[in-house]
Write a protein that binds this ligand. Structure first.
Ligand code: BG6
Length: 477
């Protein structure tokens, strides 16, 4: 279903995110017939260039980041006709009047702040003082949304001085991933899981986001953040919330976000012994310290931790989170380990098994439930696990291959005015309020991250975090 005509202004329109994700994503939606010909995308950046030069940049981004199948010359031409550009100074006066003259009156109006958070306040203020943003304008902002509670509050203050919360769309691209939304469908669209989804039946939950890439060219940013700020405070926290939240009464933005917020607020502080931080060593590729060009860095490229949610549903069920760079495989999954049956009628020699539900976010998105059956053959009653495996690619065929990526979906949600998959200000602040004391504690202690080999599952100590609870991390594959 096409969205209504819109004017989308992308501040930072010549930047990396716009080139890699936002513009190719918009093109794919155009190709799919969801973005109408009447829509306008206005790049706004400091680079002094004309519309033709910006269109060339957009065409190059499409050539690089859109699959060949979708690169149809006529479609690209029509898409480029929707593109405009203004040279603009975010901190000065230049360009703003021209931007105002380009914005139309009767379309959906959205402003994408694809710039560093240091510019959020300046841009928000000018959108208002130059009377560019209408009352119903939508503001899209990217992570990092602050680096601690104080800076997040400041950003929220700068935005809310100019816009209402109902206008602000804070992106966490994990919420736009197909399987992340599927997690809600699985939990709340089936009668099968929800009765068992609590501490009485769930032994523990593991959430893993492992990457094979290193910090690449982002060393300067990354070394000031680390895995806790870069991944846990936002992406893993969102996955945790969707896994643990109570069923909202409706799939509506505030109902969903209220429930997520309650989970964050119910998180206990994490004990120092329950956190393992790591840095990848030099190996086939340069090590973390070389990548960030800081031999004394104590920033973590890996973190594993155990946390508890103190509420009726989850008291006593630990949630283990881990994420890291340069690990053995690129794999993100949420795994719910159920408890074994209370009593085995088959006796000890049959073995004890427990059901495991894994929701794979990437790669090979899908859901896999291990079910206990009898080992085939005449050898008596011995139990074994078999997977009930649903790979989306297999189950959905072509449809799965055509699934929009996270950015495409989220941008279309902005145009539809649906905030469900965006973070609310209080949610972001609550996440920092939980994260800050953990970071402060290890900084105060001056603790150093443990080192780990490239292509491994992280430091040994992370294995121990599980072993001491007589549990094991899932294999990375
Ligand atoms: C970003 C982080 O938000 O997410 C990166 O800043 C990380 O460090 C990326 O690599 C992971 O996203 P995805 O979609 O590739 O899992």
């Amino acid at each position: 279903i096409p969205v209504d005509a819109f004017d989308l202004v992308i501040f930072g329109g010549t930047g990396d995110l716009a080139r890699r994700k936002i513009l190719p994503g918009l093109y794919r939606r155009f190709w799919a017939g969801q973005m109408p010909d009447e829509a306008r995308i206005i790049g706004a950046a400091r680079t002094d260039q004309d519309v033709a030069a910006f269109r060339t940049m957009v065409a190059e981004a499409i050539a690089e980041f859109v699959s060949e199948r979708k690169r149809d010359a006529d479609c690209i031409k029509r898409f480029l006709d929707c593109i405009d550009y203004v040279t603009l100074d975010a901190r000065g006066e230049a360009g703003w009047k021209e931007l105002k003259s380009k914005c139309r009156a009767n379309t959906v109006q959205a402003f994408y702040f694809s710039v560093g958070p240091g510019l959020f306040g300046d841009i928000a203020e000018r959108l208002r003082s130059f009377k560019i943003a209408r009352q119903d304008a939508r503001i899209v902002v990217e992570k990092p949304f602050g680096r601690d509670l104080a800076t997040a509050k400041e950003l929220n203050r700068e935005l809310s001085a100019n816009f209402d919360e109902s206008q602000i769309y804070r992106i966490d691209h994990y919420l736009g991933k197909e399987t992340v939304q599927n997690l809600m469908a699985v939990r709340f669209g089936n009668v099968l899981f929800e009765p068992l989804w609590n501490a009485q039946y769930v032994d523990h939950v593991q959430i893993t986001v492992a990457e094979t890439v290193g910090v690449g060219g982002r060393g300067a940013y990354y070394d000031k953040s680390g895995a806790m700020r870069d991944m846990v405070q936002n992406h893993l926290m969102q996955l945790l919330c969707l896994t643990a939240m109570e069923p909202p009464a409706k799939f509506d933005p505030d109902a969903v976000r209220d429930e997520k917020l309650k989970v964050i607020r119910a998180l206990d502080p994490v004990e120092a012994d329950d956190i393992v931080r790591g840095q990848y060593r030099e190996g086939a590729e340069p090590g973390y310290l070389q990548d960030v060009e800081n031999p004394d860095s104590r920033t973590e490229s890996f973190i594993a931790l155990k946390c508890h949610i103190s509420n009726w549903r989850w008291k006593g069920t630990p949630f283990y989170l881990r994420t890291g760079k340069r690990m053995a495989a690129r794999m993100s999954e949420i795994v719910v380990h159920f408890k074994p049956t209370p009593h085995s009628i088959f006796g000890e020699e049959a073995g004890t098994k427990a059901n495991v539900l894994s929701i794979r976010l990437q790669p090979d998105e899908g859901i896999d439930l291990s079910v206990t059956i009898k080992e085939p053959g005449p050898g008596g009653m011995r139990l074994m696990d078999v997977p009930l495996d649903m790979s989306f690619a297999e189950a959905l065929g072509e449809e799965a291959a055509d699934m929009p990526d996270a950015y495409e979906r989220l941008i279309m949600d902005v145009m539809r005015g649906n905030q469900t998959l965006f973070m609310r200000g209080d949610e972001v602040e609550a996440a920092w309020a939980w994260t800050d004391p953990l970071i402060e504690a290890w900084t105060r202690r001056g603790s150093k991250p443990c080192s780990y080999a490239q292509g491994s599952t992280g430091p040994e100590e992370a294995m121990m975090l599980m072993h001491k609870d007589r549990r094991r991390w899932r294999e990375l594959e």
